[in-house]
Design a protein around this ligand. Structure first.
Ligand SMILES: NC(=O)c1ccc[n+]([C@@H]2O[C@H](COP(=O)([O-])OP(=O)(O)OC[C@H]3O[C@@H](n4cnc5c(N)ncnc54)[C@H](OP(=O)(O)O)[C@@H]3O)[C@@H](O)[C@H]2O)c1
Length: 259
């Protein structure tokens, strides 16, 4: 059963992709533009956003530099979109940072950046668009979290909690917004080959490309899914692990995860 309304077509839909300059966000922005959506491209590296824009009809995209750690820049970006295009159909928050952290190398500074970008960032972006979406009584919000939010995993001492928070945040958002006709997409990818994961020095099971990740995201939204997770062979396995008793969960982690 679909928890959200299905999307018949992205043609002409106005989508704000935050974190569009690389990886999953960039691939999703391309995929949306190919489907005829109008895409507002945001992140700090505007040169990468300009490169995306150059491949499509000029009127179909906007390049709006912004830093999610700076609330004012998010507000200004949204104002530019509204002034240029009017009502927004979908906020897609993809921006995020990943830093491997364990207890013996814990850095509060790194942890603060992770929490600011992966938790406060999406909350700030939502706070900017929510009043209009609620007034419109339509549109949607998609937030890219991670399967790392399902349960505690090695080297994810700050990243894991940041993504766990987004799972809870999306569940809350869905509860509040679904009755108003606003779609909420909780997007939890497994390993995707991007700049962020290039630093990993361990085998990443079920690794997929950004283009494949983008297809999962778009197919999930078209189908009206709330819980968009992929690749299934990995995400379902992790969903299963998290329902096990902790004694078995930690035993299996220790036995099979060698990082
Ligand atoms: N790759 C994976 O295996 C994987 C798995 C699960 C979930 N995810 C999640 O997927 C999302 C995208 O990750 P990715 O792998 O595609 O990483 P990526 O290639 O490093 O892309 C990260 C994006 O976030 C933007 N960003 C970071 N800090 C920002 C800031 N302060 N203000 C504005 N934009 C900012 C970056 O843009 P600028 O640097 O230009 O600002 C970039 O566009 C993240 O939320 C990540 O946690 C990734």
């Amino acid at each position: 059963m679909s928890l959200n309304q299905k999307i018949n077509s992205f043609l002409g839909k106005k989508v704000w992709v935050i974190g569009a300059s690389s990886g999953i966000g960039q691939a999703t922005a391309h995929a949306l533009l190919k489907l005829g959506a109008k895409v507002a491209l945001s992140s700090r590296r505007t040169s990468s956003l300009e490169e995306i824009k150059a491949g499509y009809p000029k009127q179909n995209s906007l390049v709006i530099g912004c830093d999610v750690l700076d609330e004012a820049s998010l507000k200004n970006a949204y104002k530019t979109i509204k002034d240029s295009w009017g009502e927004l159909d979908l906020l897609l928050y993809v921006a995020g940072v990943y830093e491997p952290l364990r207890a013996d190398e814990f850095s509060l500074e790194k942890a603060k950046t992770i929490i600011a970008t992966n938790v406060i960032g999406p909350m700030s972006a939502c706070s900017v668009v929510l009043p209009d979406l609620i007034r419109q009584r339509n549109g949607g919000i998609g937030i890219v979290g991670s399967v790392a939010g399902y349960s505690g995993l090695p080297k994810a001492l700050a990243y894991g909690p940041s993504k766990a928070a987004m799972i809870n945040f999306c569940e809350n958002l869905y509860y509040d917004l679904a009755p108003l006709g606003i779609n909420v997409y909780m997007i939890n990818p497994g390993f995707v080959a991007t700049e962020a994961t290039a630093k990993n020095d361990f085998h990443m099971p079920a690794l997929i490309t950004s283009d494949v990740a983008a297809k999962h995201i778009i197919d999930g939204m078209i189908a009206g899914d709330f819980d968009i997770h992929f690749p299934k062979q990995f995400s379902l396995f992790l969903k299963f692990l998290r329902i096990l008793p902790y004694s078995i969960y930690f035993f299996l982690l220790k036995k099979f995860v060698k990082i």
